[in-house]
Design a protein around this ligand. Structure first.
Ligand code: HMG
Ligand code: MG
Length: 317
């Protein structure tokens, strides 16, 4: 049943990260054709922004080392369905690889903390910004859309609490490079709603407007939906989520799955907020992928909506 609540946006754009954030964290590398089918099914379910892969060093993230093989398999989606297929790019080498394949939307990914910057990018925070600078400049010159991810915005597994002022400084520096949008990563899922509101308010105060901010919650402590609601109440209309709740980060211990797209769509449907996503088709896609991965989806909504396999024994009362 649809029961709208006051003060929420009419429409939310879901930035689907399952194929990248999700699959980068799988122990077994998923075959390229399965990834391509996954992304096609996500597009058919109505997702309009589907992060496809990463042009990072293949030794750092071997699960996505097939980016050159995968991206060309997705050309029809971008054309026929007007779906945006962002890819992660850490440096100029990554940008060259992405542009060579015709990528039109990229994401650089910085960190609010020094430890994660070192572990994820082999750089300090300032060195990472220096690495991104020519990437963003070149992308903008080519009219390529640029997202700036910022990780560890609410807490860091090595450094603990991360002060809001520090996050704001790093976010502002990232946006000052010329990024079109900012995604606030709760990489290890420790945020709570008041913290979300405080950070968004502080970002607005330094001149980062709400329409350019997206939120990227992980569900480690079951707070991802509450945090999303706090962000929506603040006016945020871009929410990152991962089909079936896949995900984590190979360079952040305790980063568990992302907010599941199905759980998000269930809540947004109930609130009467448009997403353009067909929940049944999305759920079937995640159930299909879970079968391929050999374990059930952690998404509560996928579990609730997926009929048990017909071969399972029926319980006698
Ligand atoms: P480095 O070892 O410092 O690299 O790694 P380098 O610049 O010293 O270069 C060394 C060699 O790597 C060179 O080759 C380069 O050409 C090559 P050589 O001259 O020795 O033959 N190289 C590359 N090859 C292919 N593609 C490239 C590339 N770059 C250099 N792009 C580097 C630095 C940034 C490359 C490395 O640290 C890296 O790839 N890191 C990526 C880590 C990653 O993908 N992490 C997961 C994504 S972040 C995340 O999940 C969080 C997020 O979801 C939000 C949240 O939840 O918080 C976004
Ligand atoms: Mg993430």
């Amino acid at each position: 049943m649809k029961v709208p609540a006051p003060g929420l946006p009419a429409r939310v754009r879901i930035h689907e990260v399952g194929a990248r954030d999700g699959l980068q964290n799988e122990k077994e590398t998923v075959p390229t054709e399965v990834k391509a089918e996954f992304i096609h099914r996500l597009a058919a379910a109505g997702l309009s922004t589907i992060e496809a892969t990463s042009f990072v060093h293949p030794k750092w993230v071997p699960q996505l080392a097939d980016a050159e093989a995968l991206f060309p398999l997705l050309g029809d989606i971008a054309e026929a369905r007007e779906v945006s297929l962002p890819v992660l790019v850490p440096n100029e080498r990554g940008l060259e690889r992405a542009l060579a394949l015709g990528a039109r939307s990229i994401a650089v990914f910085g960190s609010a903390t020094e430890t994660f910057a070192a572990r994820n990018l082999n750089r300090t925070v300032d060195e990472s910004l220096a690495m991104f600078e020519p990437v963003v400049a070149r992308a903008k010159a080519d009219q390529v859309h640029v997202r700036g991810y910022l990780s560890m915005c609410f807490g860091d597994p090595w450094e603990g609490a991360v002060p809001v002022a520090r996050v704001v400084k790093a976010a502002k520096a990232l946006m000052d490079l010329g990024c079109d949008e900012l995604s606030l990563g709760d990489t290890i899922g420790v945020a709570t709603p008041g913290h979300v509101t405080e950070l968004l308010t502080a970002l607005n105060a330094t001149g980062v407007p709400t329409p350019s901010i997206g939120v990227h919650f992980h569900d480690t402590y079951g707070q991802a939906l509450s945090n999303t609601l706090a962000a929506l109440q603040h006016g945020v209309t871009t929410v990152d989520a991962s089909a079936g709740g896949l995900g984590g980060c190979p360079y952040a211990k305790s980063a568990t799955g992302n907010l599941a797209t199905e759980d998000l769509v269930w809540m947004l449907n109930g609130l009467g907020i448009e997403t353009g996503v067909d929940l049944a088709s999305l759920t079937a896609t995640s159930a299909w992928l879970a079968e391929h991965l050999g374990r059930p989806s952690p998404s509560r909504t996928v579990r609730a909506l997926t009929p048990p396999p017909s071969s399972s024994p029926t319980r006698s009362e």
